[in-house]
Design a binder for this molecule. Structure first.
Ligand SMILES: C[S@@+](CC[C@H](N)C(=O)[O-])C[C@H]1O[C@@H](n2cnc3c(N)ncnc32)[C@H](O)[C@@H]1O
Length: 275
């Protein structure tokens, strides 16, 4: 059973890697696209280079946050989940996972995991749990998923016998197929039956030339992106039961009312239940 003695966990752990503001970092580039202020010259240069290839990237980042909010709300209100393991959680921004989840169920518990030292530095902003819920931040590397599971904070905060929503939202694109298989395989194996996996993943399917230019611009700035096709994203859910509407363009996943062009946001998303 999780330890109930505190509702928030302020990290005491050291950063996994030293803060290097001279090189672009994923969390800070994404922060720039979202209009945040936690970014440096190298991050802004990389972010602008990608924008030059795909001018609507900032809108796509905002749509990704909107999807994250829809997914969390559906997990709590539609599927009865109240525990979240959010890996590659990013810098605190509007509508963080615990805020959305605890708005729907104040007892919801969230463990945030990220490997960027600046996310660790800002993680106190995520430690704003309701009195009956819990939040924690773990400095962890998705490339070592077993170490994340072994961090005592994770299952001090989450009950390993109750369903857990694993959130891998806009973060698998940094990894090779073999790395993604290890990340998902290790983490999903450790979750109890009835848990859920939620993924959002960039794709080049809707605009191959522009997406290719964005990948090249990112690579020039030292950032590696692996966009994936519909079939490749669908394969990430092998062995799990997809929640309706399946693996679809982000704007087709339980969208708010109103006309949209689903192919205008270059992402696939999906959510599935572990049997
Ligand atoms: C695009 S942001 C997504 C943030 C959030 N999930 C969202 O969708 O709004 C990607 C995040 O993944 C994190 N990340 C990248 N590589 C990672 C790794 N190896 N381990 C843990 N986090 C990582 C970055 O630091 C960044 O915060």
């Amino acid at each position: 059973m999780p330890d109930d003695s505190r509702t928030t966990r302020v990290p005491e752990q050291p950063a996994l890697t030293p803060l290097d503001t001279g090189r672009a970092h994923h969390a800070r580039v994404y922060d720039y696209w979202l209009g945040g202020k936690d970014n440096y010259v190298a991050d802004r240069a990389a972010a602008e280079a990608v924008i030059a290839a795909v001018p609507t990237i900032p809108r796509m980042a905002r749509e990704n946050r909107a999807f994250l909010g829809r997914a969390v709300r559906h997990l709590v209100t539609g599927l009865g989940v109240r525990q979240f393991l959010d890996i590659g959680s990013g810098l605190p921004t509007a509508a963080n996972v615990h805020e959305v989840a605890q708005d729907a169920d104040p007892t919801a518990r969230v463990v945030y995991v990220d490997n960027d030292p600046i996310v660790l530095a800002h993680s106190r902003a995520l430690m704003t749990s309701t009195p009956t819920g819990r939040t924690a931040f773990v400095a962890g590397d998705a490339l070592d998923p077993q170490a994340i599971l072994d961090d005592p904070e994770v299952f001090a905060t989450l009950d390993r016998h109750e369903p857990i929503a694993l959130m891998l939202v806009s973060m698998l694109l940094y990894f090779t197929d073999a790395q993604v298989d290890t990340i998902i395989g290790t983490l999903v194996d450790a979750l109890p039956p009835g848990s859920y996996l939620t993924i959002s993943h960039p794709t080049a399917d809707f605009a191959p030339a522009a997406a290719g230019q964005a990948v090249a611009a990112a690579r020039h700035a030292g950032l590696t992106y692996h966009p994936r096709t519909h079939d490749q994203v669908a394969a990430l859910f092998t062995g799990l039961h997809l929640v309706e509407p399946g693996v679809v363009p982000m704007l087709s996943w339980r969208p708010p009312p109103g006309p949209v062009d689903p192919r205008s946001v270059f992402y696939y998303v999906g959510m599935a239940r572990k049997p």
